[in-house]
Design a protein around this ligand. Structure first.
Ligand SMILES: C[S@@+](CC[C@H](N)C(=O)[O-])C[C@H]1O[C@@H](n2cnc3c(N)ncnc32)[C@H](O)[C@@H]1O
Length: 209
């Protein structure tokens, strides 16, 4: 049976054009910049958790990344994401439906070189869900691999798409990851929503020791 969280996100992706969602980016600028700065080989496995129907995957394909995992709780989002790509390009991507708070298929992955999360982790308002997230990242990301987080900043929104969020600073993200990771760089970024409203984000790039 569909979980209520999956139902929530599927409803959002069914009822809204992608370009009108409050997180749509025509150019996923900070994400691409931070991923490129990792300088991993283009065949290395890269995960985009809660990928939705974002423009990141087409951008990374254009840049030559060959081993992309687009993972989301919403099958409707991933179907929309696939539809943005020609069939041959879509076939180059590993599409996975999974819930990061109750992971299953995702646990089969290993040696991930980059774990990227934009606007997903901040929805995890329960401590045990954050602990599960941490253990998945710890298990999947290879030593020397990178973790890129983009979340609502401390002065950012308190909810998104009808759900409460947890806001972060670079320090609190660092605290979450703990001693097994080093902070490589961070940046503040103000995202402009399709409505014109501004949303402050914080981005941080970590390396697993
Ligand atoms: C605000 S959207 C961001 C989408 C994309 N990362 C972007 O930047 O455009 C949040 C995404 O996370 C997905 N999501 C929410 N909770 C999730 C979970 N527990 N596991 C996996 N994906 C989840 C949603 O379906 C949605 O696509």
């Amino acid at each position: 049976m569909e979980s209520s969280l999956k139902h929530h996100w599927n409803k959002i992706y069914t009822n809204n054009p992608i370009t009108q969602t409050g997180w749509y980016e025509a150019e996923p600028f900070p994400s691409v910049q931070l991923i490129e700065q990792c300088a991993v080989p283009k065949h290395a496995p890269v995960v985009d958790i809660g990928s939705g129907a974002s423009t990141l995957i087409p951008n990374l394909l254009d840049l030559g990344y060959q081993n992309l995992y687009a993972i989301d709780i919403s099958d409707i989002a991933l179907e929309k994401a696939k539809a943005l790509l020609e069939q041959a390009r879509s076939a180059q991507v590993h599409w996975m439906v999974d819930d990061i708070t109750n992971p299953s298929a995702v646990l089969q992955l290993q040696n991930i070189a980059i774990w990227h999360d934009r606007a997903v982790f901040h929805f995890l308002t329960k401590e045990h869900h954050r602990r599960t997230y941490h253990s998945v990242v710890q298990k999947l990301v290879m030593p020397g691999g990178f973790v890129i987080m983009g979340t609502f900043a401390m002065d950012g929104a308190e909810e998104c798409s009808g759900l409460p969020v947890q806001r972060y600073s670079v320090e609190s993200l660092y605290e979450f990851y703990g001693a097994g990771f080093r902070l490589v760089e961070s940046l503040d970024y103000t995202y402009q929503m399709p409505s014109g409203d501004l949303r402050p984000y914080v981005y941080a790039r970590f390396q697993k020791i």
